[in-house]
Ligand binder design. Sequence first.
Ligand code: ASP
Length: 344
Amino acid sequence: MLERRRFLQHSVLGSLGIFLGKQGFSLSNGTKAGAQSKPVVISTWAPNQKANAVAWKILAANGKALDALEKGIHVTEADPTDQSVGYGGLPDRDGRVTVDSCVMDERGNCGAVMCLEHILHPVSVARLVMEKTPHVQLVGEGALKFALSEGFEKVNLLTPEAEKAWKNWLKTSKYDPMITVEHLEERNKNQPKQVPGQQHNHDTIGMLALDMHGNLSGACSTSGMAFKMAGRVGDSPIIGAGLYVDNEVGAATATGVGEEIVRVCGSHTIVEMMRNGLSPEAACKKAVERIVKRNGIEKARNLQAGFIAINKQGEVGAYSVIKGFNYAVHTNNGPATVDAKFLI
Ligand code: ASP
């Protein structure tokens, strides 16, 4: 997560919202960047282009959006260099890696797991909660028990690098869930030295897809805030906050300070804004504005929350509170990375 911030700081395109790849999808402000097409897959954070590529293969072969998302998210969950999702994720203050995930499909079905330990692919457990139980959410021990009963294996999600980072953090035990550039610089000092090629750390993966059948689905997976209080759950597995899908309208997902995203029910708010006619980008901006208004500009300067959205027409958009958020999109014309606009 921390190196990710550096990576983003080095991005020079900032608020311009410039495409870095082939242009084959529509910007949500109405600018046609190329012929409109299905399918489309979009993920929070540029490095998740790798996850998009896997999802894309399934979408391009006429697969279902949810199948594509699940397989795509597996890439990030299994990546030990991603310190904010699954294997390799930074632990809570007690040294335990706990993961949160949710899925939502085109029929409004949804499932989530929270504070789940020892499972490599929480997104798949979330899907099974949706498909095989009468419930929407399972947490902690119960979620683990369910995963094991479904044949998932128990694995150790704490990598030596993440453990080292935690032990360094313990020296000060300073916890501040606010995400600021200065704060990140400070926390970076606690990080193990990155090896070349490992500069791709980023946050939560939130992923949305429109398949060839015109159906929308979404999924989200995270290990949450580094060194969080034991039991803390953010927005990512909360339907309506970290993810929301309405197949008649569009879908949205989030990354950043989960507490702020929950407080404005971010993803649901965005879908409702799109229902009222706003473009994906304009709808994301509205949710960001609510966060900034609630906190005031000075406090909001010290926190990051970013949203991505897609509408039924396959238009995509994003917005974040402060500079540094980007996303990855893949269409028939190939992959592209976009730097999100930001409010302050
Ligand atoms: N939204 C996630 C959470 O609050 C963290 C993140 O996206 O960085 O758990």
